[in-house]
Design a protein around this ligand. Structure first.
Ligand code: GLV
Ligand code: MN
Ligand code: MN
Length: 419
């Protein structure tokens, strides 16, 4: 068969998405598979079993990243591969597509190449990277960042969740502390298919997003230390109320984003009060603020203003303050030639396509500084994600996977010609 006529098998891909979504399934059709939990292990086991069924050469690295390599026409698995993939961990209230789509579309592409006995000029590979979400262990994109040399393996292994459990202990416990070095599979190029997780494609009735880059992200944790006291007897003027400070900072963050306008967003996603009782003034409040912008200077400005506001609030209320950075990524551009290739593949498939930035963080941004990298977005119904209602139409999934297939094949041809 002419390679240009290759098409993925839509039903097989949808069946795999549905089967993986059973693991960690939660009410409303969503999924909870936090990194390195029993559910993550079960999801990993299933995907690895599919990789083996497809005859892929599976490697598990010391950070728990898993890559399945399909040999090239010469039978080689150890030369740099064209790599696709994403993550299978989810947030606590995750949907069934965020991450899983990119991994399972990659598997479907390997199945499709197998069915047609296609011999590619270099190996083709699909992977899933540990702890992309960063909900249980910070930062996010941990596995791919270690894989691409931006974070040290030791830092990843020694990080702890809120209960003090180390990443290393959990990775061992679930049996995914592999023996090969991170980045033992080298990527010639990396392309990730993902749901948009925002409203733009749907609002503009466009089928495919050719992602030009990922906006910058900063997660900051503010801990206010005050004094617990009786909620009924303590005059307002005599309080050192850590809970109040967290509330003020959350309001400040929202106003800051609105005042800055443009692409600036800000979210107070977690607040932990101690002792968290109805009639006790909180002696401690830990609040996280997620700020993002496509412009790094503006992002730095937002971070500085948040820190200054937190200090001012703490001083006024007689509190002490600790500030910690949990994650920090600069805006990351993708390779213009990969973006062009995604656009031309989409046009070949008769899909409407637009170039766009990504609002969410992705494993692809770890690869972008090191090899030609891009992403394909498909529309999210209602722009909803990190929510059990996350949904993408089957036809969009099929189109996205076919465009990913032909983008990867195009990159394989091109990278070998350039040698
Ligand atoms: C990852 O999902 C993010 O928070 O962008
Ligand atoms: Mn994701
Ligand atoms: Mn996510």
């Amino acid at each position: 068969m002419e390679v240009s006529n290759l098409r993925i098998n839509r039903q097989r891909l949808l069946d795999r998405i549905a089967e993986l979504a059973q693991i960690g399934a939660i009410d409303g059709g969503g999924v909870c598979r936090l990194a390195l939990t029993d559910e993550d292990k079960a999801g990993r086991d299933l995907v690895v079993s599919w990789m083996r069924e497809l005859g892929l050469h599976v490697s598990i690295d010391q950070g728990g990243n898993v890559i399945g390599v399909r040999p090239d026409g010469e039978g080689r698995v150890d030369t740099p591969a064209i790599l696709t993939g994403s993550h299978i961990d989810t947030v606590g209230t995750g949907g069934r597509y965020d991450g899983a789509l990119g991994v399972l579309a990659g598997l479907e592409i390997m199945a499709c190449l197998n069915d047609a006995d296609v011999e590619t000029p270099c190996p083709m590979a699909v992977g899933f990277f540990t702890n992309e979400e960063g909900v249980r262990f910070q930062p996010d994109m941990m596995g791919s960042m270690v894989h691409q040399g931006h974070l040290p393996l030791d830092g990843m292994l020694s990080s702890r969740d809120r209960d003090g459990v180390t990443f290393h202990a959990e990775l061992n416990r679930i049996g995914y502390a592999g023996d090969v070095a991170t980045n033992s599979v080298h990527a010639r190029a990396f392309v990730e298919l993902h749901v948009e997780q925002g409203p733009i494609l749907e609002q503009e009735e466009i089928g495919i997003g050719a992602v030009e880059g990922v906006q910058g992200l900063s997660w900051r944790e503010y801990t206010f230390h005050g004094v617990s006291n009786h909620a009924g007897t303590t005059p307002m003027s005599l309080r050192n109320d850590a809970g109040y400070a967290a509330g003020e900072l959350a309001v400040f963050a929202r106003k800051l984003a609105l005042d800055m306008g443009g692409d600036q967003v800000a979210t107070a996603g977690t607040v932990i009060l101690t002792p968290n009782l109805v009639n006790v003034i909180a002696k401690e409040a830990i609040i996280t603020i997620d700020v993002r912008n496509t412009d790094n200077d503006l992002l730095i400005q937002a971070e500085n203003q948040l820190d200054a506001a937190a200090r001012g609030i703490a001083d006024q209320e007689g509190l002490t303050l600790t500030i910690k950075s949990l994650a920090r990524y600069d805006p990351t551009p993708f390779d213009p030639e990969v973006v062009d290739l995604v656009v031309s593949c989409a046009e070949t498939f008769g899909q409407s396509v637009r170039r766009m930035p990504s609002g969410a963080g992705h494993d692809a941004q770890a690869f972008a500084p090191n090899c030609p990298t891009g992403m394909v977005f498909v529309p999210s119904v209602g722009g909803i994600s990190h929510n059990v209602q996350e949904f993408t139409e089957d036809a969009h999934i099929e189109a996205g996977a076919n465009i990913l297939l032909h983008t990867l094949l195009g990159l394989a041809e091109k990278s070998v010609e350039q040698q």
